[in-house]
Design a protein around this ligand. Sequence first.
Ligand SMILES: Nc1ncnc2c1ncn2[C@@H]1O[C@H](COP(=O)(O)OP(=O)(O)OP(=O)(O)O)[C@@H](O)[C@H]1O
Length: 654
Amino acid sequence: MAAQGTGGRGGRVVGDYMVGRQIGSGSFSVVWLARHRVHGTEVAIKEIVTGRLNKKLQDSLMSEIFILKRINHPNIICLHDIIEVPGRIHIVLEYCRGGDLSMYIQRHGRVPEALAKHFMQQLAAGLQLLRDNNLIHRDLKPQNLLLSTNDNNAILKIADFGFARSLQPRGVAETLCGSPLYMAPEIMQLQKYDAKADLWSVGAILFQLVTGKTPFTGSNQMQLLQNIMKSTELQFPPEVKLSAECRDLCHRLLRRNPVERLTFEEFFNHPFLSQRRADEPLRAQRPSRFADGFSSSETNAIGRGSSQEDCLPFFLDDDSSGPDRSPSFSTRKPSIKTTYGFSLDARNDGRDATSNALHDVDIIASRHVSVRHQSGNSIARPTINKLLDENQSETPKTTASKPLMVHAVMDSLESIDQDYVLVSGPPLDVSSSLAGNSKPSQIPFRSESAPLTSVHLVPTTSAPVPIVVPSNPTRLACNASIDSPGSAPGTSQGSTDIGDALEQPSPDCTTRIKSLKQCASTITELVQEKIEGGRHLEAFSIQLVILAIWKQALHICHAQAASAIEGSPSQESIRLMRRSNSKIKHGTSEMECCSDDIGPETITTQIEREFLREVEHAEELANAIEPGRKYRDARCAGDDFPVCLGSRKKWRGR
Ligand SMILES: Nc1ncnc2c1ncn2[C@@H]1O[C@H](COP(=O)(O)OP(=O)(O)OP(=O)(O)O)[C@@H](O)[C@H]1O
């Protein structure tokens, strides 16, 4: 049996799974519903084309795999299997038919407080396990919280560990990651942060659950940060009636200063979470443990006694030894290459960063001997319907705020304390923040009257939100803001989420890619202007928009590729990709000229290269923003950042 092939009735087969419809997509992944060929179990398969990942993205992927591999907890997504075929990794996950929490909020609007409590209790239980293992998630947001079922017994599961990392006791990181709307201010400010950053995100999620809105918004990431910094009091919508406990928890989680923010222990023990309704049954929780057999937080997170250790950000357990932790999931047939040990690159030796990263994770995985057995106080799990009924009148169908960001995971566990690794939160509408400093003509995003061309994705692919591009790309109208609503279901919001989802399909990806390329090219000039004017923060902000644009182009390519894979070989897709390829070559982009016989893989590769290059630029700009920090790229080694910035064009030619 081939690891990847075609099933008897024409469906695609991956390992033992028949692949069905697409249920989601992320920056570098497409998520498929699949069914086991023998026992019929439904799973979600996250498919990642490894060739598209740079080194840091590979590390990030491995981090996700190694963390998930070892966790067995009802509130954390379960990894069933890893299937590798040449060029692709398939992460086989338990299927959550309830979709993600953002979809839930979109469908239901704000939820009754009791239901929010139900979700929060489960989130807390999952976080407890992470905390007990010195892990921080770093990208907590509704899109990464999955619901096991569509019915009233849904269990919330923390997913997407691509950004998760381990911290040593009292460790701090300074990697920029997360989604702006849920991102702790210390991360947005490129300061060092600790596990408490996750608690800010929890506060933002709770606030959104009970009010239907995120606590802070802004038309771009800079404004968002400004709004957070200038707020004196958390503002609840006046029409929303909440208990004192619920408000108090929001207040205490959304403290700008992490020192003032609740500790994990205080969060776990907060009255809002520990209060149980009289009629709520105690939840019979499945034993939670790491897959290697170590027991861990077998209890729920609530009501646990506090200890001195809880005052520390992380456990002070240095025992990194442990038994061999062989995977507990299914044994694969020999013909299927399954890489539990997982090396994306056979050339890796034991000393390279990848191995180090794996080693780090292994150490952390074994560092959870601080067992905190506790009986009782199980998390109550009242039915969702019951909870909805309880407070139906309070549940208008508000549209949830949506995050907006590009993320390019470039995390490397071995150098994490120094590297800025994630570019996040591309501001779509930079005009407002730049208005004070720029002539209107320099602001490419503002469009008073230019007719708009909607650019979107093939509807069947559940691709990310489109960018709105004016027919004249020199006068762009990116009408999205950080809190712009709506995106295709299943599309990871943590990545780029640009603008509103428009419904008119645009059949020709050529036009879309071309428009996007022109947008990027125009905005690039603006970045250069800002750099030359010494406005690095603004340059960085605009650079994020460029990233968002390239990412959108990538999604278009991936959507095309996915549709080609999914159905019968789509000559139309290939034709379209070739057309876009040949048209792009007439532009001013740095993309190399392509002959007409170059397939979609090539154009995708080109766009990926462009995207990664822009990620690098963003990284460099980010490094410049932090005072005193030198640009560490070898190509500019020894130079202060402004020197490098003065020749941005030079970089682009490299
Ligand atoms: N196990 C699952 N069951 C059901 N749906 C899923 C599952 N895993 C992912 N999805 C859907 O696919 C979407 C994208 O998945 P995921 O976030 O893991 O991709 P990603 O590449 O890590 O995203 P990004 O890196 O851009 O944040 C999710 O928001 C969710 O809607």
